[in-house]
Ligand binder design. Structure first.
Ligand SMILES: *Cc1c(COP(=O)(O)O)cnc(C)c1O
Length: 400
């Protein structure tokens, strides 16, 4: 099986570049630059240096003793939560803004849901002296206030988006609309493995540092480069793509993505795209998406702003179709329980997105066949309000 894109930007049936003609020149130039620089020693030296000295990589691969005992498996957490700005998003942002600087761009655009991608972009824009505009849905602005304040302090302009469900999908729509007006001097930093070719491949490339580190770290800890399984939450799918990347060809490694079921897969309030979606075009690529029988996009719902998206990257649609990866769903409530468990058992407050990946541990059974790696995509500072609101009821239900 083949898990790399073909010359037209497709993973199997999914991907491509469905874009307005006015953006064609930009997308072609971006693809040429990316392909020229991805193996350029000077570019990679600059990228690697920033990952090391600015982001703090390699992020630890932490053996979680109490979780391991509870689930009867050897569980490691890949600590992307310890990166500068608090999630995996900065791996991609640094790569893309470096690329934009090479292309002579002066202005950076981004969409954001949880605000993690917005903060990472505003951070790197400040570092590299670029103007920065971030589109964010009003619903997300209300539930992720600390990240909004951070972006403003870092010098970014945050533009509230009032269309649709006022969340991530709508923010991406507005960012694309703005880009159409100012294509020449602007680079749009997409924050996940979504969007038109070359974005899915480019973002996966910049996030692949996650699995390349996991291999090295497992080799020195366990004497094997490959785990039994890798588990990651899936919004658009960038932390999952990065965590899966260097294991795609190792067919003995189980790849498990976890989607946000919201109030339940069949509740009508969900963001579980693989479980409820069908093929269509969203934000410039052909992929699976949540749509009604007229092809209208269904409004997604999840407690987690970072997973509240009605599509999924074309790589994951292909991994699902080929059976190379399996996809599970976790509800809001299951994610909250998993987050509280991690707090009490390992002393780590995870992002509510990452807690969906942890919730999968309750649904799987491992017969100690080898290490299991869970990608802890981010930290929970931004989710304190949701945790405080849910804590009393949840603690009552839980014997720790
Ligand atoms: C944005 C975000 C996600 C979801 O995005 P992916 O592209 O699916 O990785 C997951 N976790 C955290 C902490 C995030 O900020």
């Amino acid at each position: 099986m083949n898990f790399t894109i073909d010359e037209n930007g497709y993973y199997g049936h999914y991907g491509g570049a469905y874009i307005p003609e006015i953006l064609r020149t930009n997308i072609v130039a971006l693809k040429q630059q990316f392909l020229a620089l991805r193996d350029d020693p000077d570019f990679n030296a600059a990228y690697d240096r920033l990952l090391r000295d600015y982001v703090g990589r390699p992020s630890p691969l932490y053996y979680a003793p109490r979780l391991s005992e509870r689930y009867g498996a050897t569980i490691y957490l890949k600590r992307e939560d310890l990166n500068h700005t608090g999630s995996h998003k900065i791996n991609n942002t640094i790569g893309q803004v470096l690329l934009a600087r090479h292309m002579g761009k002066r202005h950076i655009l981004a969409e954001t849901g949880a605000g993690q991608h917005g903060v990472a972009t505003a951070t790197v824009a400040a570092l590299m002296e670029m103007q920065c505009t971030v589109f964010m849905g009003e619903t997300d602005i209300a539930r992720q206030q600390p990240n909004v304040e951070k972006m403003r302090l870092l010098g970014a302009t945050v533009v509230p988006v009032t269309s649709g469900s006022k969340t991530l999908k709508d923010a991406a729509n507005e960012a694309i609309r703005y880009w159409i007006h100012y294509p020449a001097d602007t680079h749009y930093v997409i924050g996940s493995v979504i969007g038109p070719d070359p974005y899915p491949d480019m973002v996966a490339h910049f996030q692949s540092v996650i699995s390349s580190e996991i291999r090295q770290q497992l080799l020195s800890e366990e004497g094997v480069a490959c785990p039994h399984a890798v588990i990651a939450c899936v919004g658009g799918g960038s932390n999952a793509a990065g965590a899966f990347y260097h294991f795609l060809e190792e067919e003995q490694v189980q790849l498990i993505g976890v989607e946000a079921a919201g109030k339940g897969v069949d509740s009508g309030h969900t963001a579980a795209t693989i479980a409820t979606g069908s093929a269509g075009v969203i934000h410039g690529s052909k992929t699976l998406l949540m749509q009604d029988s007229d092809g209208q996009i269904k409004e997604p719902y999840s407690i987690s702003a970072g997973l509240d998206y009605p599509g999924i990257g074309p790589l994951h649609a292909h991994l699902h179709e080929t059976g190379r990866a399996s996809f599970l769903q976790a509800t809001d409530e299951e994610a909250l329980q998993a987050a509280f468990l991690l707090m009490r058992m390992e002393g780590i407050i995870p992002a509510i997105e990452s807690a969906h990946a942890l919730a999968a541990l309750e649904k799987l059974s491992f017969s100690n066949t080898g290490p299991v790696v869970v990608c802890l995509s981010g930290r929970g500072d931004k989710d304190m309000d949701a945790y405080i609101r849910a804590a009393p009821a949840s603690f009552k239900n839980h014997q720790l």
